[in-house]
Design a protein around this ligand. Structure first.
Ligand code: NAD
Length: 512
């Protein structure tokens, strides 16, 4: 049963999609697919509204985020209910991933955006500093298109939109067709917090709407989603010569060293692999454990995994797969692994007790790098464990992938863990923890290899919604320009003397 199904519509009329709950498979609503004309009209409204918004002091724009924070707290039950209806995730995950994380980012940028975006006086180097002054001002780009996926449907819509807005941009937000109401709610809350009309508009639809947004003439695209769509977005942005950030998929490794605290590592493996039913971009998708602790670690994982409660209502640990398309990927990767000799230690099948899209939390052993489960992003509650000779082999296998989003290392020796972490080809690494880089705005977040382009969040991410514009002022009111022409031998000789004095003498220490 497809979670999103096209409805029959008359020719020339906008397409409509019917949505179903992944928990019950019952219909939960319909959306209209907004087309290129709708996107162009929204862009026109955004262009009209943006200059007045950008002209407000950043402190005032930051106060909108403060008010949005209050609204998220007040309306948390409504947000949680909407997210759960569209995704079937566990209540604790809706609370931590969507509400806590949203409060944290709103509070973070509301408090710090005025400082991060303040014009900066920068001291010039060498002789220039005696002649010129430099100021860098952060100008908003204009209108930013934000395209988001379904796995963190509220936070992943709210966070980039809030950053682009506080930087003075207008935003056109296109949430996933799987979770349109969670995305729309993020937009509604930001608007209710006091955004002027047209500054933030939510577009509903699927790939047609997303593609139209990329081609509409916006000034930047912030995309979060799959590698294959990311390539299309990058191509569209390249054609228009606009910047984009691409936060894409991953196949994140976990390395368990011989000296790891095995109980913590086992608990971390479970959280990394099963949180959000494994549909977490930085989820643990592969575990490499060194031979001497492999049995003890695997036993601890198996015992804990067998105790997890899966459900559709009440208290449970592992929820639904949010989309039947993802369930098909999980089935395919699992069938391939089993056919190639993997052993299922826990789970390994769709949950027969539950009517919706449920796959049991699964532990696999005897896996290898010929299997899809180790090579590709599975995005499901599957934890494959591979026994390796030593940490060097773990490192080689961890890097044997086209992805590079994040990774984890588990060891009691901080120095060794750090040295190992630095050699992993990933956007970020967590030591003795599941990956939580997205939750630390001070940590630049973004993938290597196929996992993305650019980094988001924090001061650097916020500034990427702006053009850092240098304003250079001559200290002598432009008098230097008077001596520019004519070129002659006397001036050339003078410049040669300066080159010698500044770059080829002990003065270089001060002037170079
Ligand atoms: P997806 O690429 O199918 O869709 C993402 C968004 O792009 C949706 O809104 C979709 O409607 C839109 N879209 C589809 N075709 C488009 C086109 N041609 N042009 C523009 N937009 C288009 O991804 P998904 O299945 O929704 O999300 C799951 C993927 O997202 C996983 O691979 C996951 O790892 C990744 N993800 C990455 C991060 C990160 O920060 N790196 C975070 C969350 C999810």
């Amino acid at each position: 049963m497809a979670i999103v199904q096209p409805l029959e519509t008359a020719p020339g009329v906008r397409r409509r999609l019917e949505l179903r709950s992944p928990s019950t498979l019952e219909p939960i609503g319909e959306i209209e697919v907004q087309n290129a004309d709708d996107v162009r009209a929204a862009l026109e409204r955004a262009r009209k509204a943006q200059p007045a918004w950008a002209a407000l002091p950043v402190e005032e724009r930051a106060r909108t985020l403060e008010r949005a924070l209050k609204l998220v707290i007040e309306r948390q039950d409504e947000i949680i209910a909407t997210v759960i209806e569209e995704t079937g995730k566990a209540q604790g995950e809706a609370l931590s991933m969507e509400i806590f994380a949203s409060c944290d980012v709103l509070s973070y940028y509301a408090k710090r955006a005025p400082k991060f975006l303040r014009p900066e006086k920068r001291r010039l180097h060498g002789m220039l500093r005696f002649l010129k002054k430099l100021q860098v001002v952060y100008r908003p780009l204009g209108v930013v298109g934000v395209i988001t996926p379904w796995n963190g449907p509220f936070i992943l819509s709210l966070n980039p939109s809030a950053q682009a807005l506080v930087a003075g941009n207008a935003v056109l937000l296109k949430p996933s067709e799987i979770t349109p109401r969670s995305g729309a709610l993020a937009g509604e809350i930001l608007r209710d917090a006091g955004l002027p009309d047209g500054v933030l508009q939510v577009l509903t639809g699927d790939g047609e709407t997303g593609a139209a947004l990329c081609e509409a003439g916006v000034d930047k695209i912030c995309f979060t989603g799959s590698v294959s769509t990311g390539r299309k977005v990058a191509t569209a942005c390249a054609k228009q010569l606009i910047p984009c950030t691409l936060e894409l998929g991953g196949n994140d490794p976990m390395i368990v060293c011989a000296d790891a605290d095995l109980e913590s590592a086992a608990a971390g493996a479970l959280a990394g692999a099963y949180m959000n039913t494994g549909q977490y971009c930085c989820g643990t998708e592969r575990v490499y454990v060194v031979d001497e602790v492999a049995d003890a670690f695997t036993d601890a994982v198996v015992a804990r995994a067998a105790e997890l409660r899966q459900g559709a209502s009440g208290e449970f640990d592992v929820g639904a797969i949010f989309w039947d398309r993802q369930l098909e990927v999980i089935d395919r990767h699992m069938a391939d692994a089993v056919e190639r000799g993997a052993t299922v230690r826990v789970g390994g099948r769709r949950n027969p007790e539950l009517a919706g899209l449920y796959y049991e939390p699964t532990v696999l052993t005897e896996v290898d790098h010929d299997m899809l489960i180790m090579k590709e992003e599975t995005f499901g509650p599957i934890l494959p464990i591979m026994r390796v000779r030593d940490e060097e082999e773990a490192l080689r296998l961890a890097n044997d992938t086209r992805y590079g989003l994040s990774a984890t290392v588990w060891s009691k020796d901080p120095y060794r863990a750090n040295e190992l972490a630095k050699r992993i080809e990933a956007g970020g690494v967590c030591i003795n923890d599941m990956t939580m880089t997205y939750g630390c705005p001070e940590a630049p977040f973004g993938g290597l290899k196929d996992s993305g382009v650019g980094q988001v969040n924090g001061e650097h991410g916020l500034k990427s919604y702006c053009h850092a514009m240098p304003i250079i002022t001559d200290r002598f009111g432009g008098r230097q320009a008077r001596g520019f022409y004519p070129y002659n031998a006397k001036k050339d000789a003078g410049l040669r003397r300066v080159i010698r004095m500044v770059f080829d003498s002990p003065l270089r220490r001060f002037l170079g």
